[in-house]
Design a protein around this ligand. Structure first.
Ligand SMILES: O=C(O)CCC(=O)C(=O)O
Ligand SMILES: [Fe+2]
Length: 380
């Protein structure tokens, strides 16, 4: 049921069933997430303010919320899941050819990604801004800027449409969060002009069907993501694998200062995100935490392998690569660093940490590309 102001109560399965699909050997309590519906547009009406405050409250208590998927988008979801499955079914050599030496777009084999020094079993296709070799930023060797090595149009077309749609949802969410935080319109969206939005198309093998090179049972180790918003979707078939840690007064991360990878990985206190039909899950990233002085902390999460293979998408709604972010008015509590955070530097650091052996990281080092991150042209 959806109320007139977009605050919805999804038809949830009985409480005792919510944890039934949890990955084996994980201990967590099943979450009961709040579900919201996004309006056609956000103009700052009292209804928008009410919804924005409800989103902020949901994140502050649960660390994650759901937005319901428009009926008109359900066929697009079918298309992107089909395209993802079609890609991951290809022979290894075809998938492994999808890499680029200048961007981090493309294929990441199972056990190639490192979180907190340990290989993950996730198999991934990453999509960053697809810029061809003649694009000025690529010609000028900006770190992480380059083409996306799409395997074919069957993959490219639906994925681009999907990212476009999530881009619109991301902008609406930021506008609503501005309303909910009581900051002037544009305080968040000024950073997303030319946003460095990217996406991870993910496959997780069944727990009984891995290549033996990663950490047993683990899909992705505990981590926080880097930008403003994470908007995730998963198929419901294999059960979920996602666990999150709700905000807590005695737990703090600051991923740009000290790695949050591995945060409380094996401790209690995790919440299982049960699979729900026709919703996206949304939670804040590192830059939202910095801007709000941890009023909206970046949500730690991890993924476990389930009894069946699982397909998922994680879309990241981000500031522009060039952005230097500064505390929001009313949320400047002296958070560090005082000079602001350059998002492109944070992104580059995180990707080099996750993929130290990738051709892209090696070229970055060989060509000293990171030096450019300090130049005024890359900081606006
Ligand atoms: O599999 C998921 O649901 C989330 C994946 C994730 O955390 C990521 O790609 O950063
Ligand atoms: Fe993540």
């Amino acid at each position: 049921m959806v109320t007139s102001h977009g605050i919805a109560t999804a038809a949830t399965p009985a409480k005792q069933d919510l944890g039934a699909t949890m990955p084996p050997n994980y201990i967590a309590r099943p979450g009961e997430l709040q579900t919201f519906e996004l309006p056609a547009q956000v103009t700052g009406t009292p209804t928008d303010v009410e919804l924005g405050k409800a989103l902020v409250d949901a994140w502050r208590s649960d660390g994650i919320l759901q937005i319901s998927m428009k009926d008109t988008k359900k066929s697009l979801m079918d298309e992107v899941f089909d395209a993802s499955k079609g890609f991951f079914r290809k022979p290894h050599s075809e998938k492994a050819a999808c890499v680029d030496s200048q961007s981090y777009s493309g294929y990441i084999a199972s056990a190639e990604e490192i979180t907190d020094g340990i290989p993950d079993y996730s198999e991934i296709f990453t999509v960053t801004k697809d810029l061809d070799l003649s694009e000025p930023r690529v010609r000028n060797h900006w770190p992480c800027h380059g083409p996306c090595p799409w395997p074919d149009l069957e993959m490219k077309d639906p994925m681009e449409q999907y990212m476009e749609y999530l881009g619109q949802s991301g902008e609406k969410l930021l506008q609503l969060i501005e309303c909910g935080l009581g900051v002037p319109p544009g305080s968040l969206t000024k950073y997303t002009n030319d946003g460095w939005h990217h996406m991870r198309i993910l496959r997780f093998p069944a727990v009984s069907n891995t290549n033996g090179k990663g950490k047993e049972g683990r899909g992705i180790g505990s981590h926080t993501d880097y930008g403003l918003l994470v908007i995730a979707a998963q198929d419901e078939v294999g059960g979920s694998g996602l666990f999150i840690r709700p905000p807590s007064a005695d737990e703090a991360t600051a991923n740009w200062e000290e790695s949050a990878a591995g945060f409380h990985e094996d401790d209690s206190g995790w919440v299982y995100v049960p699979p729900m039909p026709d919703v996206f899950t949304v939670f804040p990233g590192d830059m939202m935490q910095y801007l709000t002085d941890s009023y909206l902390p970046s949500t730690p999460h991890k993924v476990g392998l389930n009894t069946r293979e699982r397909f998922a998408f994680a879309y990241f709604h981000e500031p522009s690569f060039q952005s230097v972010l500064r505390p929001l008015p009313g949320y400047d509590g002296g958070q560090k660093p005082r000079e602001g955070i350059h998002y492109g530097t944070h992104f580059t650091n995180m990707f080099m940490r996750n993929y130290p052996d990738r051709i892209t990281s090696k070229r970055m080092i060989r060509e000293d590309r990171r030096e450019l991150l300090a130049s005024p042209e890359l900081r606006t």
